[in-house]
Design a protein around this ligand. Structure first.
Ligand SMILES: [Fe+2]
Length: 179
């Protein structure tokens, strides 16, 4: 049921962004779309692995991006976009939270699940290296939305590690972008 709810939410997000894109003169196809997540997830055989990669990693980063986008749009006076990002934030917190809770309960019941998660995360980082090998400097890395990640069920130590990693990745990107 949680996954069904997530699918419904994601469809609603896609339709809402599509409506806004059209209202502002854009059309479907104006921007390239990367199906990296879809291709990667299809190669992960376990539910725990998929939740670890998709929900605890990609969705969590989507949460960071939506929090950042909402604040940026609000500051620019674009309240329509800010409201849309904010309602997305509420949904993303739920998507990340159910995965965190499900994974913690599954590991408690069967510690071998940790191995499934490690296998999936290793494949995830390898795939990331393959895909972004030539365009690494064009990747956008948003600051970690610490309060929202706590609400999404991460421990404070996990949030701290993510925030530190994100900071150092952003510094690294800035260094590489300098001539
Ligand atoms: Fe989501």
């Amino acid at each position: 049921m949680w996954l069904a709810r997530q699918c419904a939410d994601e469809s609603r997000h896609a339709l809402a962004y599509h409506r806004l894109l059209r209202a502002r003169g854009g059309r479907f196809g104006d921007y390239p779309v990367l199906n990296f997540q879809y291709k990667l997830l299809g190669r992960i055989a376990t539910l725990a692995g998929r939740l670890a990669v998709q929900n605890r990693t990609f969705e969590a980063e989507g949460l960071d991006a939506a929090v950042f986008g909402a604040a940026e749009a609000r500051e620019l006076g674009d309240d329509v976009l800010a409201d849309m990002f904010e309602s997305q934030v509420g949904d993303e917190i739920v998507h990340v939270r159910f995965a965190n809770e499900w994974i913690k309960a599954a590991v408690k019941k069967n510690p071998r699940v940790v191995l499934e998660i490690a296998t999936a995360l290793t494949l995830g980082s390898k795939a990331f290296e393959w895909v972004f090998a030539d365009g690494g400097s064009e990747v956008t890395k948003y600051p970690v939305a610490e309060q929202e990640r706590l609400r999404a069920g991460f421990d404070s130590s996990e949030v701290e590690v993510s925030a530190d990693m994100s900071r150092s990745r952003r510094e690294d990107l800035l260094r590489r972008q300098q001539p």
